[in-house]
Design a protein around this ligand. Structure first.
Ligand SMILES: [Zn+2]
Ligand SMILES: [Zn+2]
Ligand SMILES: [Zn+2]
Ligand SMILES: [Zn+2]
Length: 293
């Protein structure tokens, strides 16, 4: 059945907003495609349209998804940051923090430290709290996390979502100059971070470099400032596994996890700053025009 014109436009617009990408078995919105509408008021000023939450498409509005995290855990595991090893093994959706509804991207973003899990899983076990070591066929507590599996995330304090760019007075209402400055800083930080790929050839040096890159824009992004100690904590769980097989893989994976969390957050922020800047520029041009009359 052909869809009539205006409806088709709306459908295209909606599917753009909710375009999803998968990572770690969870689905996340594609940051470059996030939208936030504005509309002209009676004076011709572009105002943000009030945010109306809609059904989260990552979880079909249920707030839960089949847990992808503990699929690789042994039956005996009792810890999972995502599903808590509940009977139905359903995990809290990372995109909506379990609310089943979309979150206003102008005010909140998925946490760069835990990517919405609320906790940072151990870099050794990883996340079940259990290990078998050497010839021993029995499960014992992981040396990296002492059997805990994960730590509450220090970036979001377990809340899964974090605040947006700290531009004054707010990301929504900052002027074009302030937003342009924030955009440049975000772009620079994003480029530098994207160019970094962890190899675990000299892990200490790479960890330090990653911390530096994450901290590049910490003036504007307090959540990234808080991500640096989370990286260090995670790497400490990995180093508890030195002397065991596959250390390099674990080091690469742990650094990669933090890198992609920070990268995603910066992309999300970049997109929102671009939208806010477009609005600010339109309003400043209108103001200049009115003054000239
Ligand atoms: Zn699970
Ligand atoms: Zn959801
Ligand atoms: Zn977090
Ligand atoms: Zn562990």
């Amino acid at each position: 059945m052909p869809v009539p014109g205006p409806f088709r436009l709306l459908l295209v617009a909606l599917s753009m907003v909710f375009a999803l990408s998968a990572q770690d078995g969870f689905k996340y919105p594609i940051p470059e495609k996030l939208e936030r509408a504005t509309a002209k008021d009676d004076k011709g000023v572009e105002q943000w349209v009030a945010f109306e939450p809609t059904k989260c498409l990552a979880c079909s509005g249920t707030g839960k998804v089949k847990c992808p995290t503990c699929e690789r855990y042994p039956e005996e595991a009792t810890k999972c940051v995502d599903c808590n090893r509940s009977k139905d093994r359903m995990a809290v959706c990372h995109t909506c923090a379990g609310t089943g509804q979309t979150v206003d991207p102008l005010t909140k973003a998925i946490c760069p430290g835990c990517q919405g899990a609320g906790g940072v899983i151990c870099g050794f076990c990883p996340g079940s709290g259990l290990l078998t070591l050497g010839e021993d066929k029995r499960w014992s507590n992981c040396l990296g996390c002492r059997g805990k599996g994960f730590e509450k995330c220090g970036v979001c304090n377990g809340q899964r979502l974090v605040e947006c760019a700290a531009v004054k007075p707010s990301l929504k209402d900052a002027n074009a100059a302030a937003l342009d400055k924030a955009l440049t800083a975000t772009d620079d930080a994003l480029k530098a971070l994207s160019a970094f790929s962890p190899m675990a050839k000299n892990t200490r040096k790479e960890q330090k470099e990653l911390a530096r890159l994450i901290g590049l824009s910490q003036q504007i992004y307090p959540p990234l400032k808080r991500t640096v100690p989370v990286l260090d904590g995670l790497m400490a769980t990995v180093s508890a596994s030195s002397g065991y097989q596959n250390l390099t893989e674990r080091e690469v994976a742990a650094m990669g996890r933090i890198k992609s969390g920070a990268e995603y957050y910066l992309k999300h922020q970049k997109r929102m700053i671009e939208l806010a800047k477009k609005r600010a520029e339109a309003n400043e041009a209108l103001q200049a025009e009115n003054k000239g009359k």
